[in-house]
Design a protein around this ligand. Structure first.
Ligand code: NAD
Ligand code: LMR
Length: 325
């Protein structure tokens, strides 16, 4: 008997991230040699453009893409979804912080949280890429009372990958030599990319604090803005890659002996208050993640973590006042 296709719901399907993401999912980067059904959500005016994307998916002749369902009604598109990648949201423009998008984007995630709660499969896993990702995930989670909170996550894998790449470049090694990288906190300019636990070829990286503070951290934390300034549009292919990698690892497990960064509902670890969705180092196995425990945070790291916690708490307060949670 042939394997049942995994139903993968993706929002913002006619947008720039999805123009890369959908083809990666269809070609097997997400789940390997498993049949998938894509369930694509867009707003009504974008359905025509999405038709073209669907034609291109067809023209890819992907053996594992069994079906593509398209629509503008989340209650229909999310029906039976096993995995949901919530990408659809407005990107920021030059000069904006990601948090400035809360008013415009937050309400998308109330409706989608409610729809997932109604119609998604019991094993649904939700990854939010649309910005401000952590707080949007919090909104979706709070609007889906029947789905366990731990199934709602937000994307900080792009920041994780950026941090690995910057460290590798500094030391003149391949990016594969870098392990145990951590992004703490919010997917915003307050995030804390932490090299103090990172390893390069299994050893502590030889980098000085001046470089960490004045080069590495701002480069990683402000990389999204640098790309917007250079490209005139926010990161897309690298965001699609990170979205695929994050969901891949959540479903299929992290490599033995390493961890990845994922924004997940806090259980109070490292003093991050419960009720926030924050980036942590996690390992994943059998479709579940665990926050890595026992890492020592020095005073510098603790101050950085405190600052990003304060921002996540402020965003939560703002969406509470907007009546979104
Ligand atoms: P885009 O504007 O090219 O595409 C967004 C798409 O979402 C559009 O086609 C739009 O019609 C659609 N959309 C809007 N409201 C929707 C709704 N209610 N339901 C379904 N679809 C809806 O933007 P993009 O470049 O693809 O970026 C998407 C989001 O991802 C932005 O918020 C961006 O800031 C964010 N992003 C996050 C990361 C990250 O690391 N977390 C990285 C890059 C981009
Ligand atoms: C990114 O990190 O590239 C995205 O979140 C887009 C942005 O607004 O920075």
């Amino acid at each position: 008997m042939s394997e049942t296709p995994v139903k993968v719901a993706v929002t913002g399907a006619a947008g720039q991230i999805c123009y890369s993401l959908l083809f990666r999912i269809a070609s097997g980067s997400l789940l390997g040699d498993r049949p998938v059904e894509l369930r694509l959500l867009e707003i009504t005016p974008a359905l025509k453009a999405l038709e073209g994307v669907v034609m291109e998916l067809e023209d890819g002749a992907f053996p594992n893409l069994t079906n593509v369902v398209v629509g503008d009604d989340p209650l229909k598109v999310f029906e039976g979804a096993n995995l949901a990648m919530l990408v659809g949201a407005m990107p920021r423009k030059a000069g904006m912080e990601r948090g400035d998008l809360l008013g415009a984007n937050g309400k998308i995630f109330t409706a989608q949280g409610k729809a997932l709660n109604e119609v998604a499969a019991d094993d649904i896993k939700v990854l939010v890429t649309g910005n401000p990702a952590n707080t949007n995930a919090l909104i979706a989670m709070n609007n889906a009372p029947d789905i366990p909170n731990e199934r709602f996550t937000a994307l900080t894998r792009l920041d994780h990958n950026r941090a690995k790449a910057q460290l590798a470049k500094k030391l003149g090694v391949g990016v594969g030599a870098v392990t145990h990288m951590t992004i703490w906190g919010n997917h915003s300019s307050t995030q804390y990319p932490d090299v103090f636990h990172a390893l390069v070829n299994g050893s502590a990286p030889q980098v000085d604090e001046e470089w960490i503070e004045n080069d590495f951290i701002p480069t990683v934390a402000k990389r999204g803005a640098a790309i917007i300034n250079a490209r005139g549009a926010s990161s897309a292919a690298s965001a699609a890659n990170a979205t695929v990698e994050c969901m891949h690892d959540w479903v299929l497990g992290t490599p033995e002996g390493d961890w990845v960064s994922m924004s997940v509902p806090s259980d109070g670890s490292y003093g991050v208050p419960e009720g926030l969705i924050s980036s942590f180092p996690v390992t994943t196995k059998d479709g579940a993640y665990e926050i890595v425990q026992g890492l020592e945070l020095n005073d510098f790291s603790q101050a950085k973590l405190d600052a990003t916690i304060a921002e996540m708490a402020d965003e939560k307060q703002a969406v509470t006042e907007l009546g979104l949670i």
